[in-house]
Design a protein around this ligand. Structure first.
Ligand code: LIP
Length: 263
């Protein structure tokens, strides 16, 4: 199997999945999931079902880890495992806030070899293949060269785990606010990582993210020259949620030194 062949097929599949999001009517009925403020809509499920069917049509042996299904972490080490967030930024989607994305990563034997994050509202498709760089709609992208004092920091607020993470999230945000230029909170971790990869921001952190939130975006950042670790500077996980600390690389050591105060 040639990864680039999958990239070509997946490009059409993910854009077609985006049409499901754009076709959503104003009725964004949702169900609540575990935790606070954690929602799923019929569109999350429809996009996920479409992606899984379409990928299996081109790669019958594919297996999946996805947000809106029961998952067995053993699939992560299969020959072709796809990690899917059908709508990253579901709360934004429910509010018709128009900043949500579809995130798909492909792992071969546990290694991420392909990542795609698609924003259907702006028709922006961020892609990366392991060792081949990162791209936005086919144009090469790179992380910024900004030092800390010029950095724009994207934060994730762990809204499903407010009691556990609110204090440290906003304390670290305040510390960064005084050392960097400013902060943003978009509501889509996958797009935050894609924006970091394209130099639109310089730091992203969230103290708890699931693999489907970041698996594709992490490859975008590293292929664009950035660094992604846990809050202690160690390698990220795929089998369980973990903290995600990403940067343009220039400010990573300083970021992780600051994070030590909040582990
Ligand atoms: C969301 C992320 C967001 C994070 C939320 C949630 P979802 O993904 O994109 O940045 O703060 O906790 O994980 O649940 O909308 O796919």
């Amino acid at each position: 199997m040639n990864v680039s062949n999958i990239t070509n097929s997946l490009t059409k599949i993910i854009r077609d999945a985006g049409k499901i999001m754009l076709g959503a009517n104003k009725n964004r009925d949702f169900d609540s999931k575990a935790g606070t403020a954690n929602f799923v809509t019929a569109y999350d499920v429809a996009v996920q079902d479409f992606l899984i069917k379409s990928i299996k049509d081109i790669l019958p042996e594919a297996v999946f880890m996805a947000e809106e299904k029961e998952n067995d972490t053993a699939v992560l080490f299969e020959k072709y495992c796809f990690i899917i967030d059908p709508i990253d930024g579901t709360t934004n989607f429910i509010h018709d806030y128009r900043h949500s994305s579809i995130s798909v990563a492909m792992l071969c034997g546990g290694e991420t070899v392909l990542g795609m994050v698609y924003d259907p509202y702006l028709d922006e498709l961020f892609t990366a293949e392991k060792g081949k760089g990162a791209y936005l709609n086919g144009e090469a992208i790179r992380v910024s060269k900004n030092p800390m004092e010029l950095a724009v920091v994207q934060i994730g607020s762990c809204p499903y785990y407010k009691d556990e993470f609110a204090d440290k999230t906003f304390a670290l945000t305040k510390e960064l606010f005084f050392k960097a230029s400013d902060f943003r909170r978009s509501g889509s971790a996958a797009l935050d990582l894609a924006y970091l990869a394209s130099g639109r921001c310089d730091i992203f952190f969230e103290f708890r993210l699931s693999p489907w939130d970041f698996a594709a975006g992490e490859l975008l950042v590293t292929e664009a020259g950035g660094i992604v670790t846990k809050s202690d500077g160690t390698k990220t996980a795929r089998a369980a949620p973990c903290p995600i600390f990403a940067s343009n690389g220039i400010v990573h050591e300083e970021l992780i030194e600051m994070a030590k105060g909040y582990i």
